[in-house]
Write a protein that binds this ligand. Structure first.
Ligand SMILES: [Zn+2]
Length: 237
């Protein structure tokens, strides 16, 4: 049992060291992640606007074709109008002419709105694109900063990780899952007793419990925070 407790304490010490290395990285990993998210969303926005612009251009071209076709028809109808024989023919043709003129007007109006939209989108894209450069530069700087920190600590980190693997291999599955569960919830999973209190949450440990903990014959957890409590003997060995 004592060996099991010692392994858990060993693992905690390694993880504490690894946590310290992570602290050196500070907010950089989070900042990098945020910048990447921003960059992605901005790129998506710009691409969406470019797509809208492209669609509006296409629609305008289609409309232009329709306008040209309608204008040709109009010319034809007007020529036909000079040759009609009956009132019915005349009425039908003038109706057709009215309809075609309205259609041309409608398409031209639509094209004007599309041209306005295109202009608006172009302006928006022009305003957003420089922000991409700003974000990319910022991201590059942060990544460089982080790489410099990691360069200094990589050796230590890989040594700790190596040691950690060796320790973990010796820990029983049940002990490891208990450790992981507490660590995820509390950060530190294994703590010694300091001034008659749990070092994790500072709750006082009764002398009777301290006596039991000193026996090193089972895993004791703090009644108040749930962390694994170890005796001074385990701590100092
Ligand atoms: Zn506690």
């Amino acid at each position: 049992m004592k060996a099991r407790l010692k392994l858990l304490w060993e693992l905690q010490k390694i993880d504490t060291e690894l946590d310290k290395l992570d602290e050196l990285r500070g907010e950089l990993p989070r900042e990098i992640e945020l910048l990447q998210e921003k960059l992605k969303s901005l790129t998506e926005t710009i691409n969406e606007k470019k797509k809208q612009k492209e669609e509006s251009l296409q629609k305008r071209e289609e409309n232009d074709d329709k306008i040209a076709e309608s204008k040709a028809n109009l010319k034809k109808y007007k020529a036909q109008l000079l040759q009609v024989k009956t009132n019915r023919e005349y009425d039908a043709l003038t109706k057709e002419i009215d309809y075609t003129e309205e259609l041309i007007q409608k398409l031209e109006q639509e094209n004007n709105s599309l041209a306005d939209l295109s202009k608006k989108l172009t302006k928006e894209i022009e305003e957003l694109e420089p922000e991409i450069d700003v974000l990319e530069n910022e991201l590059k700087e942060k990544k460089k900063e982080l790489a410099e920190i990691d360069k200094k600590t990589n050796k230590e980190r890989s040594e700790l990780e190596q040691k950690r693997e060796e320790v973990v291999a010796k820990i029983t599955r049940a002990d490891l899952s208990l450790y992981k569960r507490i660590r995820e919830a509390k950060g530190r999973a294994v703590v010694p007793i300091r001034r008659n209190a749990c070092e994790g949450c500072f709750a006082i440990i009764s002398s009777q419990r301290q006596l039991e903990i000193r026996r090193n014959d089972k895993i004791h957890t703090c009644e108040s925070c749930g962390r694994i409590l170890i005796s001074a003997e385990i701590e100092n060995e």
